[in-house]
Ligand binder design. Structure first.
Ligand code: NI
Length: 150
């Protein structure tokens, strides 16, 4: 495992759409392992592959209730709404209040290609939405309804 550089605001790659993962091979596992280490090293709760410069639809998340890997994730259901302050490892020191669904259901593959269903509430629901947005080239600042740039 290795810590990779996190792409920062201003890098045009953050606005690009990531491609679907088709090969569940050692190269993907290396990417996921590196993303995991990079996320923990930065004290983050989620990281998308684009944030380490790789346009693949892969995300790692740990909101304090366990580590998960989402490959080719899709939101398949959502309920309600929540307003909370959000930040991003690619925008150090910047936060803003976003509106996200209160509960989110996600379908994703694991590192071996097996499909799984995940449900998230509160922070985890926000995290699912935030990271899946990254895969479509959307950053949280585009979702901010009340912002404050420190
Ligand atoms: Ni982010």
């Amino acid at each position: 495992m290795a810590i990779r550089n996190i792409v920062r605001s201003g890098d045009p790659i953050l606005a690009k759409k990531s491609r679907e993962v088709e090969k569940f091979d050692a190269r993907l596992w290396q990417l996921l392992d590196d993303m995991k280490q990079t996320m923990y090293n930065a004290n983050g709760v989620g990281l998308a592959a684009v944030q380490v410069g790789t346009l693949r639809r892969a995300v790692v998340i740990d909101c304090g209730d366990g580590y998960i890997e989402l490959v080719n994730p899709e939101i398949i259901g959502s309920e309600g709404e929540q307003f909370a302050e959000e930040g991003c490892l690619s925008f150090p020191g910047e936060t803003g209040v976003t509106c996200r669904p209160a509960v989110v259901k996600v379908k994703a593959q694991d590192r071996n290609g097996k499909w799984c269903i995940y449900k998230g509430e509160a922070l985890k629901a926000r995290c699912f939405c935030h990271e899946i947005d990254h895969l479509d080239g959307i950053v949280f600042k585009q979702r901010v309804i009340r912002g404050e740039n420190k």
